[in-house]
Write a protein that binds this ligand. Structure first.
Ligand code: CO
Length: 145
């Protein structure tokens, strides 16, 4: 595993739309392992592949001592709203209040292409939406009113 360099605003790669993962091979496993290592070292909540300069629909989220791997996510359902402070490893030394859904349901696959459906609320819903946006070139600062 290796630590990858996290790119920061206003690097153009953060504004691109990432591509669907079609090959579940060693290079994907290496990317996921590196992203987990990078997230762990940077003490963040989540990290999306474009933040390490890889335009693939992949993100990892820290859940206690466990790292959830999310590949090819689709937002299936959302409800309610919540307001809260948000930051991003690619936008250092800044945090702003952002409105997000209170609850979201996402479908995605794991590294072996097994389907997963998860419904999450509150802090986790915020994290999922934030990372999901990265795959479409959206940064949380775009959502600040
Ligand atoms: Co971010």
């Amino acid at each position: 595993m290796a630590i990858r360099k996290i790119i920061t605003y206003e690097n153009d790669l953060l504004r691109k739309t990432s591509k669907v993962v079609t090959r579940f091979d060693e290079s994907l496993f290496e990317l996921l392992d590196d992203m987990k290592e990078t997230l762990k070292k940077s003490d963040g909540v989540g990290l999306a592949a474009p933040q390490v300069g890889v335009l693939k629909r992949v993100f990892v989220i820290s859940l206690n001592n466990y790292y959830l791997e999310v590949i090819n996510p689709v937002l299936k359902k959302q409800s309610g709203t919540q307001k809260g402070q948000e930051g991003c490893l690619s936008v250092p030394n800044r945090s702003e209040e952002v409105v997000r859904p209170k609850t979201v349901t996402m479908e995605f696959v794991d590294r072996y292409n097994n389907p997963v459906t998860m419904t999450v609320s509150d802090f986790m819903a915020r994290a999922f939406c934030h990372e999901f946006d990265h795959l479409n070139g959206i940064l949380y600062i775009d959502l600040v009113k």
